[in-house]
Design a protein around this ligand. Sequence first.
Ligand code: NAI
Length: 421
Amino acid sequence: MSDRIKIEDGKLIVPDKPTIPFIEGDGIGKDITGPSQRVIDAAVKKAYGATRQLMWKEVLAGEKAYKETGNYLPEETLDAFKEYLIGIKGPLQTPVGEGIRSLNVALRQTLDLYVCLRPVRWFKGVPSPIRYPSLVDMHIFRENTEDIYAGIEYQVGDEKNKKFRDFLINEMGVDKIRFPESSSFGVKPISKDGSERLTKAAIEYAVQRNLPSVTIVHKGNIMKYTEGAFKNWSYDLAETEFGEQTFTWRQYENLKKDKGQLDADKALEEAKSAGKVIVKDCITDAFLQESLLHPWDHSVIATMNLNGDYISDQLAAMVGGIGISPGANINYNSGYAIFEATHGTAPNIAGTGKANPGSLILSGVMMLEYLGWDEAAEHVYDALEHVFAKRKVTSDLHAQMEGATLLSTSEFADEIIKNIH
Ligand code: NAI
């Protein structure tokens, strides 16, 4: 008997055989979904025998949905994610000219999945462009519902663009638009509510996992009332709601001003030895450099939508690329979560057996951790480490690894299963 996952008083109630809706996805989605499910199922079986099992339930989206129902994102699919709370998806092609900007964005908006979580860790043997990849253990919390992604844009030449421009110039007294006649405009909403719920999730994650720091990444030096406000609201929240568990750089700076450097340094050292999470901030451009040079200084990263987009890809490239970078979109209040491969549909290799299923497999592992099935998750991490150590990889990594054995998508999945001990 399968069953539904529920949330009560903020805690997930997970039955032994929960129904998990999944979207196969377009392009390489077909190639990676089956093999990924086989790996996850094998790990669950190894960890819990017949006691626990994921009951996969296919729901339609993308090309497959369009062919079968005439709709890229049928209402039943959204209903299934609402009913079963937690699901997983392969990549979806963005339909051209169909009135929906992106199916992924539609799913995130409908379920208000405000955190995009991307853990970044390195597996021994995987090629990396940085010097000490083994010291990379970062967790990106990207805000998923606000910022320039809200889609409020006015194209040059449009009637609304003229109205907006005239409003800015005539009503708001704006005189800094360099070329008003030929400018398009975009609006960047960043709210206190949105910033606080994102940072709260990031700090709670750090506290629960005993991670040493949260870095607030922002461009507040330029965008004071949006990105700068994000930084301030995040510090406020850390100090008021997590006063016992955190120590912030702002507190450090204030202490330094009031009592001097020695006292501030002492307070920081005491906070570290007490196991408090150090909450700091970094300007985005400096962070892109910092994360390459000193990745070990940054554990959890809390940032807004656009910064998070750039940072996610850079950090993924540091540990082997999008083929093995997992992700999840989560609403920690309602419990809704969709785990997903972070790459696209890769039409250039679809159906060839070249796709790396790693990203979707690791997204499945994140899902196991979210369910609290940590033993099964550990089995997959462990098996993947063995497979990479033996240099058995798919074509994306094969080209960069000397003496590696080339495996197809499904052979790679089989190899992982063989190594689940
Ligand atoms: P892409 O991620 O599909 O491909 C970029 C490059 O990475 C290609 O060379 C591809 O072969 C390679 N690649 C991607 N995943 C791989 C894997 N698992 N193993 C080995 N190689 C892999 O990005 P692109 O080409 O910009 O987008 C194609 C389509 O995917 C578009 O329609 C786009 O909108 C959609 N897309 C969907 C996403 C999602 O569903 N979350 C995310 C990104 C793009």
